[in-house]
Ligand binder design. Sequence first.
Ligand SMILES: Nc1ncnc2c1ncn2[C@@H]1O[C@H](COP(=O)(O)OP(=O)(O)OP(=O)(O)O)[C@@H](O)[C@H]1O
Ligand SMILES: [Mg+2]
Length: 147
Amino acid sequence: MVVTTYSAEETLEFGAKLAGRITAGDNLFLSGELGAGKTTMLQGLGRGLGIEGNIISPTFQLVRKYYLKDGREFAHIDLYRLDTVEDILRIGWRDITESSRIVAVEWADKAKEIWPDKGQSSQGKSYIINMSVAGKKTRKIELTELL
Ligand SMILES: Nc1ncnc2c1ncn2[C@@H]1O[C@H](COP(=O)(O)OP(=O)(O)OP(=O)(O)O)[C@@H](O)[C@H]1O
Ligand SMILES: [Mg+2]
């Protein structure tokens, strides 16, 4: 699926709609340059999941966990500051991505080698979301399921 948004608000809405399609255990692997809108999309996702308050980028904390009203958990990971697969594994990567949490990862391409195998390690589906800047306020969002 390819979607073009023409404002940050439209990207928020895309994220909020996506929240209705994902279930416990699913992983969202987001990639795209600085300012592509990854965090903005996840703020919309958070809104759609019913998280009150703001989703902030866990750039320094690396992982932020949220508890949803329906009992599900959401983990937001930002790999921007990590470079090696070893560093990524050390934050608890496998436990988090193989858990029943909904997980969203920014700069997920850095962990490409250790994305969960379909149907084997992950408890849910994994989606790849590539975002890119197509103009001052225009962003291209490509979503595919990891097979
Ligand atoms: N169509 C759009 N969708 C999303 N963001 C947009 C759009 N148009 C403009 N913007 C602006 O682009 C910026 C996107 O920033 P955001 O933090 O979401 O990007 P990011 O991909 O998470 O970057 P980083 O890699 O630094 O974490 C925001 O300032 C937002 O207002
Ligand atoms: Mg971000």
